[in-house]
Every structure is written in C-alpha cells, then in structure tokens.
Design a protein around this ligand. Structure first.
Ligand SMILES: Cc1cc2nc3c(=O)[nH]c(=O)nc-3n(C[C@H](O)[C@H](O)[C@H](O)COP(=O)(O)O)c2cc1C
Length: 184
C-alpha cells in the first residue's frame, strides 16, 4: 500500500526535548495490544499501546507503528491486521511481542487464524478487532494506520492489561465514582 500523505520531517525549533516527551508520555496510562498480520509461517506482530478509536460510524481505529520493523512491512504488504487487546494475565505476551525479533513471538499463547483474512487472533484476548487498512500516513519514524474494523470478538468477564509509568499493571477499581461514568 502506498502512503496517502506524508508528514513534514523537520523538527520545529520550539519543540520539546526527548526527556520531556518521554516524561509526559510515561504519565499516559493505556491498554495494551498486540497487532498481528500475515498467516501460516509468514506472520508478524508487535506490542503496541498507540491504538485508539477513530469513529463509530464508520467503525474505524488508528494504530501507530514503527516503519523500520518487520511487522509494519508485512502489514503494509497484506493490507490488514488484527488488534488483540490483552487481558491482565497476558503481560508475558506483551513482553514477548516487544522483545528480540530472534524469538518466535507466537510460541506463547493460543493463536488461531482470524475469520476475515486469516491473520493471527489470540484466543484468550480481552477483545480482537480484525481490520482492513484504509490509509497509512507516513509520519516520519512511524506509520499512522487508519483501519476499517471488519470483525470484533469480545471475551466476557476478562479484565484489561494496563501500561503506565513504564510498567504493566491491572485495574484496581471498576469505577472511582459512579456519577462519573461515561460511555461513548
Ligand atoms: C508497552 C509497549 C508499548 C509499545 N507500543 C508501541 C507502539 O504503539 N508502536 C510501535 O511501533 N512500537 C511499540 N512498542 C515497541 C514494539 O513493541 C517493539 O519495538 C517491537 O520489537 C517491534 O516489533 P517489530 O520490529 O517486529 O515490528 C511498544 C513496546 C512496549 C513494551
């Protein structure tokens, strides 16, 4: 797939430095995903927290993936991928998919071929979205991937794995104050 748009690569003179960027981003808590693509022996995947909802109608999400890795190359080639949202028991899978490329990342966890295009779906994930790539923006080091969601599988009762301040953790409370519940 070709890029739909290319972001300017220049660094503005008044931009923050790397330490400030890292300190700020470490304050951001998120869920944890493993993005997978390919099928059979030709599959790849990485741990990613840079994933979010884009729109409900049409159903779309965004993922930001480093362009230098094999996962991005294969995602671009196949045009599709799966967002496996990890459950709190799956920190070992998150660590594995962020580790050395020399290990077989799919050696842990139970994987099956997805219904949409056969990309790897993690059986015990909290949720899986199978996606078709709609557009990729060349965002210098990373590709900003806009994807149409084709299928969704949600596990009842599972709880999310979280990532904050450089650590994996789990939810302590369902809701801090029921008056402050928001659904969108
Ligand atoms: C908690 C966590 C979150 C990460 N989030 C992202 C992300 O959103 N995008 C990304 O490109 N890499 C992210 N990474 C780094 C990749 O998982 C890591 O560089 C991986 O080796 C890339 O795999 P690849 O080279 O096979 O593509 C994250 C790593 C960790 C530990």
């Amino acid at each position: 797939m070709s890029f739909s748009h290319v972001l300017a690569s220049g660094r503005p003179l008044d931009a923050i430095d790397l330490d400030g960027f890292r300190a700020g981003m470490r304050a951001w808590a998120s869920g944890v995903t493993v993005l997978t693509t390919g099928h059979g022996d030709r599959r790849a995947g990485l741990t990613a927290t840079a994933m979010c909802s884009l729109s409900a109608e049409p159903p779309r999400l965004i993922a930001c993936v480093n362009q230098r890795g094999p996962s991005f190359t294969l995602m671009r080639e196949t045009g599709h991928f799966v967002v496996n949202v990890l459950a709190q028991e799956q920190a070992n899978i998150a660590a594995c998919f962020a580790s050395s490329k020399d290990v077989d990342r799919f050696a842990i966890g139970v994987w099956r071929e997805g219904d949409y295009r056969g990309a790897p779906v993690l059986e015990a994930a909290l949720c899986c979205f199978e996606c078709a790539i709609a557009e990729i923006v060349d965002a210098v080091s990373h590709g900003l991937i806009i994807a149409d969601i084709k299928t969704v599988h949600v596990s009842d009762g599972a709880r999310p794995l979280l990532y904050a301040a450089g650590r994996f953790s789990k939810l302590e409370d369902e809701t801090i104050d029921p008056r402050h519940s928001f659904y969108f």
